[in-house]
Design a protein around this ligand. Structure first.
Ligand code: SF4
Length: 111
């Protein structure tokens, strides 16, 4: 599976996406049982209010051959800080389809 990750642009300066990458390595969440993962890369939403996220997700799928797009916790987690996360989830789902979206489980992380 070729995987792309999208995360919050506001957190780029302070987060190296290490916990997301570890969750991919550990095959957590929707990656449970997936044997081979090829990471396309980690992009950002493009900044508030996330208007570039749908087109970036679509380009990953259409132009880069990505199979699944993961929205990082900093976007998808309802208790985190993105005030637009519901709109973002809707727009990405409309752009690439629900079955192309996956989520990792970082709840068991030890850092
Ligand atoms: S729209 Fe949400 S995910 Fe994107 S930079 Fe702003 S707070 Fe972060």
């Amino acid at each position: 599976m070729k995987l792309g990750i999208i995360r919050c642009a506001n957190k780029e300066a302070t987060c190296g996406a290490i916990s997301c990458l570890q969750a991919v390595k550990d095959r957590t969440g929707d990656l449970t049982g997936v044997k081979k993962v090829t990471l396309f890369g980690v992009l950002t939403c493009g900044g508030c209010p996330g208007k570039k996220i749908a087109i970036r997700a679509r380009r990953m799928i259409q132009d880069e051959g990505v199979d699944k797009v993961c929205l990082a916790d900093c976007i998808s987690n309802q208790t985190d800080n993105c005030p637009w996360n519901n709109n973002i989830l809707d727009s990405v789902e409309s752009a690439i389809g629900k079955k192309r979206l996956i989520y990792l489980d970082r709840s068991k992380e030890e850092i």
